[in-house]
Design a protein around this ligand. Structure first.
Ligand code: C2E
Ligand code: CA
Ligand code: CA
Ligand code: CA
Length: 275
């Protein structure tokens, strides 16, 4: 039994070594990729149910790793945060997305994700101002998506940053709403323009014991706070019908389109909004 335990431990150790090794390699490649700017920004359309047309796109980062192929941002963003690389990487996405969006028809907005670490970094407001200035994109066409974690960490600082951003004319959205720890009433104290209903709630819409009542509550909350509501991860006609019936303002998901490279954006705009 003792020998067996020792064997199991060695196996465990080897496993740990392999994981650490893989992580170190990924860190090295990520550092290199940030230096070389070897990322791409993909765009997913956001569809307005009232206007019945695409009203903007969300910028989603893609890393095409030389050996491993596409690596999900859900995997590499947390590592970039830990390594302090998220600030330069996030600023690169911001500049790229603004430069792409300024060529689209004027009504279309661009939504850019901002990680909690980047949000509270000293350079965020300057980086946003600079991205707008250098590309000529009007502030009203830029939306920044922020998750609940930034609210809980330091509400005073967060409020100040949000107001500076609003001073630039930029809109701010609460992303993945309902998955964090902030309460419904908490949202009221921050000047958000939009609530994004997390895809975990959209997925279980119309299911038995589904999340319809949660989605209804969030849409009602948004309406009473004067905020736009956007549902993400919409994959089926049934989900779309329900969201429309509940008065959701905007939808986003594979039902309309997956995120696409910049070269396919004009085609999507033509397809949904006419030439
Ligand atoms: P998110 O901000 O919640 O983005 C939505 C995610 O859902 C994206 O995954 C998108 O591709 C995916 N999605 C869209 N429609 C559907 C659908 O109908 N069904 C399903 N199952 N998924 C759908 P993605 O691109 O892999 O990004 C994952 C997360 O990584 C994002 O979640 C965001 O938190 C983060 N991320 C992506 N790009 C950036 C970035 O530039 N900066 C920062 N800080 N985070 C980013
Ligand atoms: Ca987002
Ligand atoms: Ca989201
Ligand atoms: Ca998410």
């Amino acid at each position: 039994a003792k020998a067996e335990a020792r064997g199991a431990f060695r196996f465990f150790e080897a496993e740990m070594d392999a994981r650490l090794q893989a992580r170190r390699l990924l860190e090295r490649d990520l550092r290199q990729a940030v230096a070389d700017e070897s990322f791409e920004v993909y765009y997913q359309p956001i569809y307005s149910l009232a206007a019945e047309r695409v009203c903007g796109f969300e910028a989603l980062l893609r890393w095409n790793h030389p050996e491993r192929g596409f690596i999900s941002p859900a995997e590499f963003i947390p590592i970039a945060e830990e390594m302090g690389l998220i600030v330069p990487l996030g600023e690169w996405v911001l500049a790229r997305a603004c430069a792409d969006a300024v060529r689209w028809p004027d009504g279309l907005k661009i939504a850019v994700n901002v990680s909690a670490v980047q949000f509270t970094s000293a350079s965020l407001v300057t980086a946003v101002r600079e991205a707008l200035r250098s590309t000529g994109l009007p502030g009203r066409r830029l939306e920044l998506e922020i998750t609940e974690s930034v609210l809980v960490a330091n509400p005073g600082v967060t409020t100040a940053i949000l107001h500076s951003l609003k001073g630039l004319g930029v809109r701010v959205s609460m992303d993945d709403f309902g998955t964090g720890y902030s309460s419904l009433s908490y949202l009221r104290s921050f000047p958000f323009d939009k609530i994004k209903i997390d895809q975990s709630f959209v997925r279980d819409l119309c299911e038995e014991d589904g999340t319809d009542f949660i989605v209804r509550a969030v849409i009602g909350l948004g309406a009473s706070l004067g905020m736009t509501t956007t549902a993400e991860g919409v994959e089926t006609e049934a989900q779309l019908l329900r969201l429309r019936a509940e008065g959701c303002d905007e939808v986003q998901g594979y039902l309309f389109s997956r995120p696409v490279p910049i070269g396919q954006v004009a085609g999507l705009i033509a397809r949904w909004n006419g030439a």
